[in-house]
Structures are given as C-alpha cells and as structure tokens.
Design a protein around this ligand. Structure first.
Ligand code: AP5
Ligand code: ZN
Length: 215
C-alpha cells in the first residue's frame, strides 16, 4: 500500500503517518524529518535546506526529488510506504509518477487532511517535536506522559524553529500557492481521499483513515 499524505502545515500529516506506520507496518518517509536530521548533523544538504525552511519557503525541487525516489526504491519499501510532505509541487508529483511508472508501480491513496488556516495557527504554537525520533506532541491535545520529554525515546522536546507565527503564516501561503493544486491533480487520478482534520483529537481523523485503508 503506497500512500501520500496531503494537507496544510499542521494539518496532522505527521501525527497520522505515525499511526498508519504503527498499524499497517509501513515505513514513514517524512521529507521534513529528513531535512531536520540533516540540519542537526550539519550536512551540506541540511545547510542548504535550512535557509529555505527558516523562512517557511519550499526547498528547491532538485534537492528533494532524487532523495525521495532513491528512498522508495529501498527494500523496506517493497510492500508500501507513507510519503509525508512529498510531493509538495506539481513538478514533484510528476517526477514521482514518472519514476514509479518506470518501476511498473503507482500510488494507491492520496489522503488529504482538511483544516482551516485559523485552526492551524492556533495549533502550531502548542506543537512540540522530538528531534531524535520525529514524534509529534501538542501541549494540550497530545501531551507527552512526562512534560517536555518524548514518550518513545526519552529525548527533550522542542518548539520547531519554523513554528513561529509569522513563519507559519508564510508556510500557509506557500501551501495554498504551490501544494494545494495537488488536490486536484490526485482527484483527477481518482485516488484522492478527504479526511476532516479539524476534530479535537487525532484519533477521530485516524478512524476515518482506517475506514479508507481497511482494517
Ligand atoms: P514538514 O516537516 O513537512 O512540515 P509541514 O508540511 O509544514 O507539516 P508539519 O510537520 O508542520 O505539520 P503536520 O501536518 O505533520 O502536522 P502534525 O502532525 O505535526 O516540512 C517543513 C519544511 O521542510 C517545509 O516548510 C519546507 O521548507 C521543507 N520541505 C519538506 N518537504 C518538502 C518538499 N517535498 N519540497 C520542498 N520543501 C520541503 O500536527 C500539528 C500539531 O497538531 C501537533 O502538535 C499535533 O500533536 C497536533 N494535532 C494533530 N492532529 C490533531 C487533531 N486531530 N486534533 C488536535 N491536535 C492535533
Ligand atoms: Zn523521540
């Protein structure tokens, strides 16, 4: 099962991807997490990506596409995977489709998590992220068992650099300009599934996703 997660920044793509990973045993490939790991390790890719991410802009397509296509060719992706945060532009989607076609393969579901910009801006200031394993929490909606510490790996949780309100507003603008057109792109392919992301707990959205993917 090959799944793409669509939705604005903060819609809950990462949160739902973690749940899908756990239930369906599929690798969770988050381009945002890959970039953040590279920034943490101060790699050349990380240094390049940071200049865009800190402003809330997209990293150029040429820095993302090959990285993801190489990743989905790895052995652990043979049964499927969850793409979280990729594709994010029409050219990225076209490159992915072309690469999959060469492999006689295709995406099964594009799941779009829907939520208003106002709700996102409120949510983001409460998000806390683990820099080691990528797990996501919310100080009110999804609190960790011990304040400020990741349940899964014990690492200290942080507020992401790009979660400041001004940067979030720019990320939303970039989303509407460059990523939202993908909704139509996948609708035309007949694989788009829409999920309400505005519910007050992630479990509600996940129940809707399980209905789509099957038990
Ligand atoms: P990325 O890391 O992908 O960020 P994003 O798309 O902006 O998405 P987020 O991670 O912010 O949000 P999410 O939808 O995963 O929400 P979450 O589950 O955390 O990308 C970061 C940057 O990297 C980009 O800006 C860009 O520069 C670059 N980049 C990455 N991929 C790229 C690409 N392909 N091309 C070019 N550039 C790229 O949830 C948010 C919060 O809400 C959490 O606190 C969570 O606990 C809470 N929550 C979730 N669901 C619910 C719910 N139902 N009810 C209540 N609270 C909830
Ligand atoms: Zn962790």
């Amino acid at each position: 099962m090959k799944i793409i997660m669509l939705g604005a920044p903060g819609a809950g793509k990462g949160t739902q991807s973690e749940k899908i990973e756990e239930k369906y045993q599929l690798p969770h490939i988050s381009t945002g997490d890959i970039f953040r790991a590279n920034i943490k390790n101060n790699t050349e890719l990380g240094q390049k990506a940071k200049t865009y991410m800190d402003k809330g802009e997209l990293v150029p397509d040429e820095l993302v596409v090959d990285l993801v296509i190489d990743r989905v060719k790895q052995d652990d992706c043979a049964k499927g995977y969850i793409l979280d945060g990729f594709p994010r532009t029409i050219p990225q989607a076209e490159s992915l489709d072309a690469a999959l076609k060469d492999m006689n393969d295709a995406i099964d579901y594009a799941i779009d998590i829907e939520i208003s910009d106002e709700a996102i801006i409120k949510r983001m200031s409460g998000r806390r992220a683990c820099t080691k394993c990528g797990a996501t929490y919310h100080i009110v909606n999804v609190p960790p068992k011990k304040e400020g510490i990741c349940d899964k790996c014990g690492t200290e949780l942080i507020l992401r650099d790009d979660d400041k309100e001004e940067t979030v507003k720019n990320r939303l603008k970039v989303y509407h300009d460059q990523t939202q057109p993908l909704i139509d792109y996948y609708k035309k392919k007949g694989i788009l599934k829409e999920v309400d992301g505005s519910k007050s707990t992630p479990e509600d959205a996940f129940a809707a996703i399980v209905k789509i993917l099957g038990e």
